[in-house]
Each structure stands twice: as C-alpha cells, then as structure tokens.
Design a protein around this ligand. Structure first.
Ligand code: AR6
Length: 173
C-alpha cells in the first residue's frame, strides 16, 4: 500500500472510497460531513437512514459504508471520531479504531484506493499532531494493508498539511 498526502477538498476526489468524519446520528452535520452530504445529494442521506433503521446509531470508532451519490468516488465510508473533550484514556484508541474499521470495510468492498480526512481534528477538537501520529501509525501497521493499493491523507487546512508532510517524510511503506 502506498501512503500519499494531498491538500484538497475531499468531495472533488475520484477514488474508490472517501471517508467521512461523521457523527453517530449519521444524518449529516458541519465540516467535511456537511460538504459530503451537500455535494453528494440526498442519495447518501437516504442510505444513512436505512442503516439507522437496521442498526441504530453508529458508535464512536465504528464505520458504515454507503453510495457516494453524485460525488466522483464510488463509496463513502462514514466513521465517527471521538470528541476530544480534554482527552481521556480511550480517545486515542477510538481514533485508531476509525481508521481500522474503515479499512476493514474497504477491503470487504474490494476498494483499492481510499482517502481519509483528518478525522476529529475540526469540530471534535482532537489535537492535530497527536491525531496525525495515530492516523499514520494505524494505517502503516494495519494487518491487511497490502490489499489496498493507495491510501491518501487529504488535508484541508494548512496546519494539518504541514504536520503530515513532516511526519510522512520518514515513513517508508
Ligand atoms: N475536505 C477535506 N477535509 C475537510 C473538508 C473538506 N471539504 N472540510 C473540512 N475538512 P470536521 P470532526 C477537514 O469538523 O472534527 C460534523 O458536524 C477539517 O479541516 O469536519 O471529526 C460532523 O457531523 C478537519 O481537519 O470533523 C460531526 O458532528 C477535518 O476535516 C463533527 O463535525 C475534520 O473536521 C465531526 O467533527
């Protein structure tokens, strides 16, 4: 698996799957979640509602998959990052679970190219550097990483981009 870095609006990317930093309601919100639902159209929301009927809410650290509606990608994987809320012992593990569970779903759906936003580092206020360290470590040590061809970290804000740029310099995958 190649790990690559991008600075872009994730909704513009033409890959097999983009990941959404959702909330447990799966009904949309602000940030990247708002952009994905806005640009992807009502098909994504309808698919999320069906999942809610089947399994209820999506817990923190878990992931679900839907159509990407009008977006150029094939799928959207919605995962719920932890709210930082002054930290706490399991926040790091919950964030790592977002990456692992999203990759598990990707493999189940034969997804070869996947893009992650910087989960939890916006409205949920997870410290950006710590979140980047967890994200990179989790994907680089993911057990089935060879089943994915390309994994992109899509940074939106300059601060995240610079952090990833620095951390990925030393990453050989
Ligand atoms: N493309 C790529 N990244 C983006 C985009 C975009 N179009 N827009 C924002 N980001 P956030 P969270 C970056 O707040 O912290 C929602 O209301 C942004 O710069 O989207 O996990 C949900 O419904 C930041 O680095 O997600 C939840 O309630 C990163 O995406 C809550 O926010 C994540 O910021 C989730 O909060």
């Amino acid at each position: 698996m190649k790990i690559k870095l991008l600075q872009a609006d994730i909704t513009t990317l033409n890959v097999d799957a983009i990941v959404n930093a959702a909330n447990s309601s799966l009904l949309g919100g602000g940030g990247v979640d708002g952009a994905i639902h806005r640009k992807g159209g009502s098909e994504i929301l309808e698919a999320c509602k069906k999942i809610r009927t089947r399994q209820g809410k999506c817990n923190t650290g878990e992931a679900v998959i839907t159509t990407a509606g009008k977006l150029p990608s094939k799928f959207v994987i919605h995962t719920v990052g932890p709210v930082w809320n002054n930290g706490g012992k399991n926040k790091k593990e919950l964030l790592a679970n977002c990456y692992k569970n999203s990759l598990d779903l990707a493999i189940e759906h034969n997804i070869k190219t996947i893009v992650f936003p910087n989960i939890s580092t916006g409205i949920y206020k997870f410290p950006k550097r710590l979140a980047a360290e967890i994200a990179i470590k989790t994907v680089a040590t993911y057990e089935y990483k060879n089943k994915i061809d390309e994994l992109y970290f899509c940074c939106f804000d300059q601060e995240n981009y610079e952090i990833y740029h620095e951390l990925l310099k030393n990453e050989h995958t």
